[in-house]
Design a binder for this molecule. Structure first.
Ligand SMILES: [Mg+2]
Length: 310
């Protein structure tokens, strides 16, 4: 199926402009018109057009300068530019392509030729779209834990420091929680690793459901150990949230073939605010402190939250 494209048409001759516009519209595209290069460039700066058709000879700014300006504008995606021209000597064509045009059309414009050249541009744009989509998918995969869909350690290594720096710069609080499923080895030993994996998935889901979307984030820190980062969150408020999380986990029932699995988890929480000594604050010191509290929670009997500010 062909996509509909937003096309910018720059042409100073009103008859020629209307004719071209009609051909493009009949082919199903949205068309915005400008009567010279300067106007076209202004429209382009306001809104991205993946396809630009421009006349060569126009007042104020000609087609060649428009091509050059679009190529150096740092636009969000590739722009396929077709130059419309009555000048079709070899030298002119070369000058047009050098200025950044992808293709050219001799005037008067023939409808089948315009459509054919437009379609070859559309093939390039669609290729670009699918490459972008594939790149985005690769990027997501590279920062995601494939089993639980939480972020992975690589993402954490990059982003925890950034999150800390941002909080410090604006004097905002930040809380961090390390959590670990209690007796997870028993789950694996009793039910097998497949069910163990489903328990991990269910645990990660409940973490994500409890935290604030697009603000808080979760990392699969180790086998059954997860890290939750709560930006803009005072330590005390973070602890309340973790207590809710602990309860939600302990009430969760994971249904498997003729059995219901229940789990609990232990939590170690810490955090800093604008009163915290700057030298104490680093990704390592925060994780270390959260880990100490997690072990305290384990020692004190599991299924509990232990914590203290950094
Ligand atoms: Mg003209």
């Amino acid at each position: 199926m062909k996509h509909q494209f937003n096309i910018l048409l720059a042409e100073d001759n009103p008859v020629s402009s209307k004719l071209t516009e009609n051909i493009l519209k009949k082919a199903g595209h949205e068309v915005t018109t400008a009567t010279n290069g300067r106007q076209a460039l202004e429209l382009f700066k306001e809104k991205f057009f993946p396809i630009v058709l421009t006349d060569w000879m126009m007042p104020e700014m000609d087609g060649l300068d428009l091509c050059k300006a679009i190529r150096t504008s740092g636009s969000e995606g590739y722009v396929f530019i077709i130059l419309l021209t009555a000048r079709d000597s070899k030298d002119d064509i070369v000058a047009g392509l050098k200025a950044g045009a992808d293709d050219y059309l001799s005037k008067p414009i023939s409808q089948p030729e315009l459509i054919a050249r437009l379609n070859s541009g559309i093939r390039i744009l669609e290729l670009e779209r699918s490459l972008k989509k594939a790149n985005e998918e690769i990027r997501v995969l590279s920062i995601t834990d494939s089993l639980t869909a939480c972020f992975n350690r690589g993402y954490m290594n990059e982003h925890l420091l950034k999150e800390i720096m941002r909080s410090k710069r604006y004097n905002h609080p930040l809380s961090v929680v390390l959590c670990d499923i209690d007796h997870f080895k028993q789950v694996n030993d009793t039910y097998g690793h497949q069910i163990g994996d489903r328990v991990l998935i269910a645990f990660a889901q409940i973490l994500r459901k409890t935290i604030r979307e697009k603000i808080d984030w979760t990392v699969r820190y180790g086998g059954e150990e997860f890290l939750v980062v709560l930006p803009e969150t005072e330590f005390n408020r973070g602890c309340l949230m973790v207590e809710r999380l602990r309860q939600a986990v302990s009430q969760m029932e994971i249904e498997e073939v003729n059995k219901t699995i229940k789990i609990t988890a232990s939590f170690g929480a810490t955090g800093f605010d604008s009163d915290t000594d700057d030298e104490k604050i680093s990704p390592d010191s925060i994780i270390k402190r959260a880990d100490e509290h997690l072990y305290k929670a384990k020692r004190e009997g599991r299924n509990r939250v232990c914590g203290g500010p950094l």
